[in-house]
Design a protein. Structure first.
Length: 373
């Protein structure tokens, strides 16, 4: 035996060739058992720490995302981005950082993605060169392969397991106390709230905090593509959209779920994010008395959010005058999220929506603005 490195490599070779793992979908428990057998067959007595590391590394290689798993175990990492086998980045504490981790080649990247999406009934190949998937821990994975890109591109978005309360948001500078008071009042008054901002500015974090203000007297239906929100309101029902399977069947859209939610006696409907034609059904819900709805939308400012919402309503087939009229009735408050140069995230503006004059667009009037970070 040539040291611990040689022992680990020999165990790895035994595990990779273990027929009990190749004939089924390996689990963490089955990998651990296989490692124990390999250690016994080698006649080795490994230190506990080395055995644990060996199990972890082999599990990452056999049933996980390989070198990405170590990055995903870091609680400060919110995004992992693979641009090429040797070009991997993370966002840690709000800052982009390049990593030393890497794959052997592009085939290894695709194999890692395949290991985690195949149990979900999804595939990634030339016939289906991109995929969206929700991992068991709730993270969202997107992958795209050549010829759509020069190399396989993987993006993983992680979500906090525990939402932040108002005190934590104030301590981090994300939501100052005076801004929190405005937003808490909007929830209590059952105003329709839209949280807007660019990617990674904390829209879901704020929506999570707003949901905590809902009392036990209200039944909330939460609708999402993936379970990002951690609602703490007492009476909540969660619905989750479903992508089509490898054969292209079984899709359930956000719009489908909004329509179903109307038959579930909701007091409030919360949509994790509106992106398209489902907005028309959200507006219908508001028009039929479901006040206090909340959602998020990608937009840099309150007026840009209004323009985006108008565009979604047009996509759904509403004429522009009707879209503006319905938004004027439905929309009350817009909370704009932003990011400081040092990576901190938080509310930068809260605006009130005003009904349009005639057939013009909605007016947005700021009621709170951040003076500085």
């Amino acid at each position: 035996m040539n040291g611990t490195a040689g022992a680990t490599e020999r165990i790895r070779r035994r595990i990779v060739g273990d027929p009990t793992l190749s004939s089924t979908r390996p689990t963490r428990a089955s990998v651990r058992s296989a490692v124990a057998r390999a250690v016994r067959d080698e006649g080795l007595l490994l230190p506990t720490a080395q055995l644990a590391t060996t199990v972890r590394d082999l599990t990452d290689e056999l049933i996980g995302l390989g070198p990405l798993e170590a990055l995903l175990r870091d609680p400060q990492v919110t995004d992992v981005m693979v641009n090429a086998p040797d070009d991997i980045w993370v966002e840690r504490a709000g800052q982009l950082q390049r990593c030393a981790a890497g794959f052997a080649d592009d085939a290894a990247v695709q194999a890692a993605v395949g290991r985690v999406i195949s149990p979900l009934g999804l595939r990634l190949d030339r016939a289906r060169p991109y995929v969206d998937a929700r991992l068991p821990d709730g993270s969202r994975l997107h992958a795209l392969i050549p010829p759509l890109s020069a190399a396989t591109v993987v993006t993983i978005r992680r979500f906090a397991s525990v939402g932040l309360g108002w005190n934590e948001l104030a301590q981090h500078g994300g939501v100052p106390d005076d801004a929190a008071a405005v937003l808490q009042g909007a929830v209590a008054d059952r105003r329709c709230i839209v949280v807007c901002g660019r990617t990674g500015t904390g829209k879901t974090t704020l929506l999570d905090a707003l949901l905590r203000e809902v009392t036990e007297r209200e039944r909330v239906v939460v609708i999402e593509d993936a379970p990002e929100l951690r609602p703490r309101c007492p009476h909540v029902v969660r619905l989750e959209a479903r992508a089509a399977n490898a054969e292209g069947a079984g899709e359930v859209t956000i719009r489908d779920l909004v329509r179903q939610s109307l038959r579930m006696r909701p007091d409030r409907i919360v949509v994790g994010e509106v992106r398209g034609v489902e907005l028309a059904d959200v507006l219908q819900a508001l028009a039929t008395g479901h006040e206090g709805c909340m959602t998020t939308v990608h937009a840099r400012a309150a007026d840009e959010a209004v323009v985006r919402l108008e565009g979604m309503a047009l996509q759904a087939g509403l004429p522009l005058p009707a879209a503006r009229a319905q938004l004027g009735v439905a929309l009350d408050v817009l909370a704009v999220m932003g990011r400081a140069p040092d990576g901190r995230r938080g509310v930068v503006e809260i605006a009130q929506a005003r009904r349009p004059r005639g057939e013009g667009p909605l007016d947005v009037e700021p009621v709170w603005r951040r003076s500085s970070w």
